[in-house]
Ligand binder design. Structure first.
Ligand code: GDP
Ligand code: MN
Length: 389
C-alpha cells in the first residue's frame, strides 16, 4: 500500500529524520492559513498524489510570497495530475503539502528496498539524487552505493558510516546523515515496509540536511499488525475497480489488454494470461475469484469485468475443485441476466460437477462460446479478440 508524501514525512520525523516545516491544506483558504503560520515565504506547494515525477509535471510549485499562495493552491487543487508514473488517467489532487522552501545546495538519494532474491533489505544511496534511481543504477552503477543488511543482525554502524563516506559529503554531516540512514532502516523494519525512500535528501546552503521528498510503500500482508499505517490509506489514489474488487475479497489487478479474465486460483490465472498472450491477445486483468468463491462473488467479478471500459471480451477459465462448476455457472448466468453484458464470452470449464455446470450454461439461453479444452479456448479467444479489437 502506498501512502502520501506528507504521511511518509511524519513517519520519518518520528524516527529522527529532519523534514521541512510544513502542513497540509485541502482548500486555498487552508493553504493561506498554513502559509501565514510558516512565515513570509518563499513556499513550496506540493500535490499529494500516490506517484512521483511531480516536479516535471507541474505538481511542485515554488512561490515567492504569501500573495501567490492562495491562487496557486486553487490552481492545483481539484485537478488531475498526470506524471510519468501515474499512467494517462492521472491522479486526483485533493491535498497539498505546503512547506517553507529550502535552499538546496546538493541533492542526495537514500532508499531501502527489500531485495527478494537476497531476501534482505538493501540500502541504496547516491550523491546524484533528484534523478530516477532506476536509471542511474542502469547507466552509472558505479555511482550507487549498496549495502545489504542481514535482517537477523540488523544495520551495523560500519555500514551506515560506509554509506556516509561513499557519498563524499563534508565531515560535519556525518552525524545527521548516519542518523537518517539508521532511522530509515528502523522505520522499514518496525512498520514492515517494502520501500522507504528519500529522494532528494538535501544538503542546504546553510549546511544542514533535510528530507525534501519521501516515499513509503507498506507490505499489504503485514498491514493487519499496523493499524496506524492501514489508517493512512487513501482510496481516491487507487484504481476504482481494484478498490471495488477488494471489497468482495476478489484478487484483482487491472492490466492493459482487452480480454477480461475470470479464473479460480492464482496459478491458473497466471497460466490463463500466458495462454491469452500465446493466442496473440492481451489480458485486461488478473482476476482470481478464489477457491471458495460463491455464486454471489462470481456475479461481483462479472460486474467488475464489464465495468472496465477496456474489456472487449471475457474469458472464463475455471477448474472446479472446491469451487464447483455448477456454482460458477449459476453466478455467471445470474450476472448475465441482471447486468447488461454486451461482450462475447468464452467459457472453459473442467472439474467437479462440470456436466451440471455446462447444462446450466447451455440452458440459460445466453450466448456463450463453450470451449472443449484449453487449446480450443485459446483458439476461440484469439479469434474473437482479433475481431473485437
Ligand atoms: P517528485 O518529482 O514527485 O519526486 O517530487 P519532489 O518532492 O522530489 O520534488 C521534485 C524536485 O523539486 C526536487 O528534486 C527539488 O529539486 C525541487 N524542490 C522541491 N522542494 C523544493 C524546495 O523547497 N526548494 C527547492 N529549491 N527545490 C525544491
Ligand atoms: Mn522525489
Amino acid at each position: 500500500m502506498k501512502i502520501h508524501e506528507f504521511q511518509a514525512k511524519k513517519l520519518l520525523a518520528g524516527y529522527g529524520v529532519p523534514i521541512p516545516r510544513g502542513q497540509i491544506a485541502r482548500t486555498d483558504e487552508e493553504a493561506l492559513n498554513v502559509a501565514r503560520q510558516l512565515g513570509e515565504g518563499p513556499f513550496v506547494l506540493k500535490a499529494q498524489v500516490h506517484a512521483g515525477g511531480r516536479g516535471k509535471a507541474g505538481g511542485i510549485r515554488v512561490v515567492d510570497s504569501i500573495a501567490d499562495v492562495a491562487r496557486t493552491a486553487w490552481e492545483m487543487l481539484g485537478k488531475t495530475l498526470i506524471t510519468a508514473q501515474t499512467g494517462q488517467e492521472g491522479k486526483p489532487v485533493r491535498t497539498l503539502l505546503l512547506e517553507e522552501a529550502v535552499n538546496v545546495a546538493k541533492e542526495i538519494y537514500i532508499g531501502i528496498v527489500i531485495d527478494r532474491r537476497k531476501a534482505c533489505p538493501v540500502i541504496l544511496a547516491s550523491a546524484e539524487g533528484g534523478v530516477e534511481i532506476e536509471r542511474l543504477a542502469r547507466e552509472r552503477p558505479d555511482r550507487v552505493i549498496t549495502e545489504v543488511v542481514d535482517p537477523s543482525v540488523g544495520l551495523r554502524p560500519f555500514q551506515a558510516s560506509r554509506i556516509f563516506y561513499g557519498l563524499g559529503l563534508d565531515e560535519s554531516l556525518a552525524r545527521p546523515v548516519m542518523a537518517t540512514v539508521i532511522g530509515l532502516y528502523r522505520l522499514l523494519i518496525e512498520k514492515d515496509l517494502s520501500l522507504a525512500e528519500i529522494n532528494p535528501f538535501v544538503v542546504t546552503e546553510d549546511g544542514g540536511v533535510v528530507a525534501l521528498d519521501a516515499k513509503v510503500v507498506a507490505d499489504d500482508n503485514a498491514l493487519f499488525r499496523h493499524p496506524d499505517i492501514a489508517g493512512l490509506r487513501d482510496v481516491s489514489q487507487e484504481d476504482p475497480l481494484e478498490v471495488e474488487a477488494g471489497k468482495h475479497n476478489l484478487n484483482y489487478i487491472k492490466l492493459k489488454g482487452n480480454v477480461g479474465c475470470m479464473v479460480n486460483g492464482a496459478g491458473l490465472a497466471m497460466a490463463t494470461m500466458d495462454l491469452i498472450k500465446l493466442a496473440g491477445a492481451e489480458p485486461a486483468n488478473f482476476l482470481d475469484v478464489g477457491g471458495g468463491a460463491t455464486a454471489q462473488m462470481v456475479k461481483e467479478a462479472m460486474r467488475i469485468l464489464i465495468f472496465d471500459r477496456d474489456v472487449k471480451m471475457i474469458f472464463i477459465n475455471i477448474f472446479g475443485g472446491i469451487l464447483r462448476c455448477d456454482t460458477l455457472a449459476q453466478g455467471v448466468v445470474e450476472a448475465a441476466r441482471e447486468l447488461v453484458i454486451d461482450v462475447p464470452i468464452v467459457v472453459r470449464l473442467e472439474g467437479t460437477n462440470v456436466e451440471e455446470g455446462r447444462r446450466i450454461l447451455a440452458g440459460s439461453g445466453l450466448a456463450f462460446a463453450v470451449a472443449v479444452d484449453l487449446a480450443d479456448a485459446a483458439k476461440k479467444v484469439g479469434e474473437i479478440a482479433k475481431r473485437v479489437g
